[in-house]
Design a protein around this ligand. Structure first.
Ligand code: PLP
Length: 357
């Protein structure tokens, strides 16, 4: 059996895959597949409504928020956020904690003035910034998938609308949605296949998009038309709805959070007790629970390649670190089980032992 540690698109819950297989060519007695069904059909509209209800309950989303399903992935949102929220000739603050927030800031700077701040992750996870009431929003990435940096707390923006890219840690941890004006997440890590993006936006932020905002990225249009202005990514949305239901059946976000804490602790324990054989480049206070990068002998590329190859031979795939940082990365999203992580942990111990003999 393959154990998939991919950073995304990543493993889907086995129960969800089984359900998709069961319904693939005949969705609930309709005689056709979801892939062949009109997005205006009552069956598909029901899927959209169910997905909204399920995520609304999972995250305890109040009625003054709109839940949208959009296309264009996280990268699409890098443009959608400023095009919808940055007032003309406006300004926004971007917290730069790694590759994804940096890409978002670069995209936003096409549309307005971006003030980038870089927190010192080494000394403090507390974010200090000069409060400027003129900024349209404060943006951050709650989990930097490549660097493995996850902020443990929600930044206090003193009333300035807070926007978060939660692509790689949404539904792995309970959080208070009312602290946010907008949250978005590409589905392909924790909530489904690629092609669909979840956007949760406080309704008072709707209604003032830039005149240049493409309709496809326009939150106001999408909210008014219940995400069905045009043809959505039907199949991806259907699978995402199944993933939401699966999380509910497993016990909700709190259970995902407990599992996430256990799984990540298992890996960090081996790293921290390896006498430097393994090392994690991220300061302990901001270590991610979901995307864990580590090095072998401070970056011995030969040994790291051997580790990845040997793991693959044992059916553990996608452990190679991102090309920009190298090393190893274990992505432990919701569908990856504690048992699968235990197999990886045993392999890490065995590998170390064999090299230290
Ligand atoms: N934001 C984060 C945190 C990501 O990890 C990624 C992709 O891995 C993106 C945004 C970009 O998402 P997409 O590939 O859907 O555009």
């Amino acid at each position: 059996k393959i154990i998939n540690f991919s950073p995304g698109p990543s493993k889907l819950p086995e129960e969800v895959v089984a359900k998709v297989q069961e319904e693939l060519i005949n969705y609930q007695g309709t005689g056709i597949s979801i892939m062949e069904m009109s997005h205006r059909s009552p069956e598909f509209m029901q899927i959209v409504t169910n997905a909204q209800k399920e995520i609304q309950q999972l995250l305890n989303i109040p009625a003054n928020y709109s839940i949208l399903f959009m296309v264009g992935g996280g990268t699409g949102q890098f443009a959608a956020v400023p095009l919808n929220l940055m007032h003309s000739g406006g300004k926004a603050v971007y917290l730069n904690t790694g590759i994804w927030s940096s890409k978002a800031a670069k995209e936003a700077s096409k549309y307005g003035h971006v003030v980038e701040i870089k927190p010192d992750l080494e000394t403090s996870s507390e974010i200090k910034w000069d409060l400027d009431p003129d900024v349209s929003y404060f943006y951050y990435c709650s989990n930097e998938t490549v660097q493995g940096v996850e902020l443990p707390c929600i930044p206090d923006t003193h009333g300035i609308p807070l926007v978060a890219d939660m692509s790689s840690n949404i539904l792995t941890k309970d959080f208070d949605i009312t602290k946010f004006s907008l949250v978005f997440a590409g589905a392909q890590k924790n909530i489904g296949p690629a092609g669909i993006t979840l956007v949760i936006i406080r309704s008072d932020l709707l209604g003032t998009p830039s005149p240049f905002c493409p309709t496809i990225l326009n939150y106001t249009v999408m909210a008014k038309e219940n995400s069905l202005h045009n043809t959505p990514a039907c199949f991806s949305l259907y699978v995402m709805a199944l993933v939401f239901k699966w999380i509910t059946q497993q016990g909700g976000v709190k259970v995902m959070e407990q599992r996430s804490a256990s799984k990540s602790q298992m890996i960090y324990e081996v790293v921290d007790n390896s006498n430097g054989f393994y090392s994690c480049p991220v300061p302990a206070s901001v270590r991610s629970r979901v995307t864990i990068p580590f090095r072998i002998q401070q970056g011995n590329e030969e040994l790291e390649k051997e580790f990845v190859d040997e793991a693959k031979r044992l059916n553990m795939i996608q452990l190679k670190g991102h090309r920009s940082v190298g090393g190893i990365r274990a992505s432990l999203y919701n569908a990856v089980t504690v048992e699968e992580v235990a197999i990886l942990v045993n392999f890490m111990k065995d590998f170390m032992k064999s090299k230290l003999q």
